[in-house]
Design a protein around this ligand. Sequence first.
Ligand code: NAI
Ligand code: 2PC
Length: 314
Amino acid sequence: MADAPIFIGAAEVADLLQYGALLPVLERALVDFSKHDGMVVQPVRSTVPVDKHNGFLGVMPAYMTESDTLATKIVRFYHQTAFGTSSHQATVLLFNPSDGSLRAIMDGTVITEMRTAAVSAIATKYLKPDRLETLCILGSGAQAISHYNTFTQMFPFKQVRVWSRSRESAERFAGQVQGQVQVCTSAREAVLGADVVITVTMASEPVLFGEWVKPGAHVNAVGACRPEWREVDDALMKNAVLYVDSKEAALMESGDVILSGADIFAELGEVVKGTRPALYEKTTLFKSLGMAVEDAATAKLVFDCWLAKKKPKL
Ligand SMILES: NC(=O)C1=CN([C@@H]2O[C@H](COP(=O)(O)OP(=O)(O)OC[C@H]3O[C@@H](n4cnc5c(N)ncnc54)[C@H](O)[C@@H]3O)[C@@H](O)[C@H]2O)C=CC1
Ligand SMILES: O=C([O-])C1=[NH+]CCC1
């Protein structure tokens, strides 16, 4: 009989996951996915609308042959959640690929926060302009915090600006993170002159407009994961060189891509592999939707770190 699955809660996942180990694991997952050679199986996220309660339940399975990783994430994203709680909550199930038995049930909320910020950081590493002084974050929730933490660790920004729908939540964000943040009264004020812009809102209408974005800047557009939702206007979608995590998913899920009619230049995994160029001297936009392979690779890393910690030291 297979062993009972282990449970790894949010605090332990946060303790086990380090960006230093996570970044190369995610780069490899992005490359493997974008080879499209049949070695990675990842259907586009299956999303169930829960209209009565203004929410969605997403199911994200993947199998990666080379690393022999089989997992699925289940994620809820709701518009109205209790004050102070995240709109996103997730669980990851990690299986033994050889017999399909369940190995681990782990918190997926921390995984989602950390892997999404890490993937944006990978996109930024390849697509950033030469000069990096000002980072702008639109939104002040869980992803804003994980992006702030990752980006201020990885890049030498001199200034970080934040804008949120209410000044109160932007100020709360500034009080939660370590380091200086300039709270802006408008999204325009936050974006003007910024070298890197991150959109991490639950908006369904554009909050970022092309006319504000400095030529040559890099944008990570992380929200708006439904075909009718927007975070970015047509001008920016059409004028920027557009990179995505998955072309197939972008054409099915991203309102910014579908409704603007913008052409996709490449997948991020193709850039990491070197088969498509990083046009960093142009204005670039990475449209992130989130992929099951990112969760599966991260969950495997968490599990391996957990096993290594449990092993008796000789
Ligand atoms: N690409 C990816 O891999 C992932 C993307 N996401 C997306 O990232 C975004 C942020 O997620 P979290 O930080 O976890 O959510 P959160 O609920 O913690 O924060 C959402 C932020 O958006 C703001 N907001 C809500 N409605 C807005 C509107 N109409 N206009 C402007 N701002 C608005 C809120 O004030 C808050 O600052 C969401 O769109 C989410 O679906 C989340 C996980 C993974
Ligand atoms: O990748 C992910 O987990 C999600 N992307 C958008 C909502 C949740």
